[in-house]
Design a protein around this ligand. Structure first.
Ligand SMILES: NC(=O)C1=CN([C@@H]2O[C@H](COP(=O)(O)OP(=O)(O)OC[C@H]3O[C@@H](n4cnc5c(N)ncnc54)[C@H](OP(=O)(O)O)[C@@H]3O)[C@@H](O)[C@H]2O)[C@H](O)CC1
Ligand SMILES: [K+]
Length: 223
């Protein structure tokens, strides 16, 4: 039997279930999955845009947690990187809080901007969308919509983590606004919504990033 190179596209709930099975039946701590996601995404960003300053937009959940982990690996690769966090770090929970603390201790520049971020984004060659992933429940609340619009206006390569913020990963429906990515780095498996009409405008080209779950688990989900 050939090893499963990549899983068929999945729903957000199915991918979240992979997380749970990996943790509960394969004893994989969730922070290990996030670290694998972050390191894999950082390596993909290096391959896509090898030079230039990277700004990572981090939301309040684990999609943001991925962003904090990515920042550390990009810094390690010698990239100029800064983080714009949409929430104060003391509002973060679980793995996202852990990754944020590690990034802070690593001396990575983390701002929680009050005003518009348009001008600050002008210095970015790459903008990474770590705002919302499989935990998003449309429509965008608070400053998420404003940040997505600012990122879409910027003259930079836009890379989405897991799901472009504003896009429904299951239906492929794009809310107003939706992050318009040139590339989407999606974790564990592609999402069924990416194949729906017009989703491609927002995902750009899609790359699946392994989160290190065992081949045996992947085979269970490969059908
Ligand atoms: N197996 C895997 O694929 C792994 C995925 N990882 C990453 O984790 C995210 C999912 O993380 P989760 O914390 O469950 O959800 P999100 O980060 O997407 O968002 C949750 C927070 O966002 C708030 N929220 C939700 N909807 C909205 C909205 N429309 N507007 C504003 N804010 C929103 C929500 O707030 P609540 O008030 O609703 O609680 C949460 O604060 C996945 O996408 C991957 O990136 C793991 O890193 C590794 C394994
Ligand atoms: K995202």
């Amino acid at each position: 039997m050939q090893p499963v190179r990549s899983l068929p596209p999945m729903t957000c709930d199915q991918v979240r279930e992979i997380d749970q099975v990996a943790m509960n039946r394969y004893q994989m701590p969730s922070i290990v999955l996030m670290e694998n996601a972050g390191r894999g995404a950082a390596e993909a960003i290096q391959a896509i845009v090898p030079d230039g300053r990277v700004v990572i937009l981090c939301g309040k959940g684990n999609n943001g947690g991925d962003g904090f982990a990515i920042a550390r690996h990009l810094q390690l690769a010698g990239r100029g990187v800064r983080i714009f966090a949409i929430a104060n770090l003391d509002e973060l929970k679980g793995d996202a809080a852990t990754q944020a603390r590690i990034a802070q201790a690593s001396g990575i520049e983390i701002d929680v901007p009050e005003g518009t971020i348009d001008s600050a984004l002008n210095s970015a060659e790459v903008i990474v969308d770590g705002l919302l992933g499989t935990g998003a429940k449309p429509p965008l609340r608070g400053r998420y919509a404003e940040w997505v619009e600012s990122a879409n206006r910027a003259d930079a390569t836009r890379i989405a983590l897991d799901i472009p913020t504003g896009l429904d990963g299951d239906t492929g429906e794009a809310g107003e606004p939706t992050f318009c990515a040139h590339h989407t780095l999606t974790f564990a498996a592609s999402k069924v919504g990416f194949a729906k009409a017009n989703a491609g405008i927002h995902t750009g080209d899609v790359q699946v990033i392994s989160i290190g779950v065992p081949l045996k688990l992947l085979r269970e989900f490969a059908g």
